[in-house]
Design a protein around this ligand. Sequence first.
Ligand code: AMP
Ligand code: MG
Length: 414
Amino acid sequence: MSAIFPSDTPQHIGLDEARAIVQALAASRARPTEPIAAESAVGRILAQPLRAPHALPAFANSAMDGYALRAADLPLTGEQALRLIGRQLAGTAPAPAVAPGTCVRVTTGAPLPSGADTVVIQERVRVEGDAVIVGAGTAAGANVRAVGEDFAADDEVLAAGRVLDPGALALLASFGIVTVAVHRRPRVAILTTGDELVPATAVPGFGQLRDSNGPMLAALAAASGAEVVAVRHVGDDAQATEQALRALAVMADVLLTSGGASVGDADLLPQLAQRHGRVHFWKVRIKPGMPALAAEIESALWFALPGNPVSSAATFLTLVRPALRHLAGREPPSMLRAALTHAIHKRHERAEFLRGSLDCGTDARLQFSAHARQGSAQLSGLAVANSLGLIPEDARELAVGSVIEVLPLPELWP
Ligand code: AMP
Ligand code: MG
């Protein structure tokens, strides 16, 4: 155990314990909501259930191009001649009422003329002058979209926590809802640390490399429903780091730092967390990403992630993303289960996240193949992986076909 933290600070904890702490921390926070215009709400999360303000369809209408008539006039066998008394197109003025022995020409979506209760499709009739000769075979009430068959008034249309995707936006528009209450996006600030880092625009000098975690974490946060309010960098300097931490913590709900979280000479973050924050855990028995630290600083949640790019990505996905999703108003991302395409021999005592490919096998089951390059500094692992496969802490030998949990990498949707 490290002497940095008091003995009651959870250290070297298991993945499940770390996740439970993160979940509790996230759940203890307010999730503010805000009204926004429906037209700019794509991707946002609905804060309250949406109930239908009226029935949908709001009026009975024809599902087909054809003739509206009374079911009582349908022939059981043979044919029946009806007098054509008008036309009702979608969006035109009301046609005359359909009396016994008459019919009205209708198009798809046209309001059902009063008196009519059935539409015969145009392929089932012959038109001779103003007579419409209707054949047998149409059921009473056919081809009519009834009032409320989609939603009755006051039905729940969308549940709270629903992503406002294109289908949801179509529903809002159908009900004339132009303003909608959504969860405010959690504000995320990112601080990358390391004397060796230069921005992507610079040419690295001796021993330097470009900061890839800044853009990666910003994209991961955005893909988890967050608003990224700052992406900054500091060198391995305690005073500069402390200043940056404080400045970012007051503008963010969640602060992410990258690098300096372990026990190396330049690893300043654990001491700073102990001095200026409230530490909830340090070091999780996972590979990659063991040095991850969770704390609070000012009113922000703070995750200190390790600097190795793959460690940073894996700890974000397993620890930070569930918290962001909760703050954004969503359920935690669900793990899938997939069969291994190859055997695993694990020698260490940590849970391991393997970068790999999740796909559907010929037996229609999900399968997971770990990629060859699993180094925590190897960006090639991120170039082709679509998921992380979780090998549990206590597993050592897993045969082909063993079922493991797999976490799909987020697409650009929260
Ligand atoms: P650290 O966690 O600070 O000890 O860094 C571990 C490794 O990750 C080192 O090789 C760093 O150079 C590298 N690293 C740290 N931060 C970044 C970053 N923002 N982008 C790319 N690599 C990084
Ligand atoms: Mg460093």
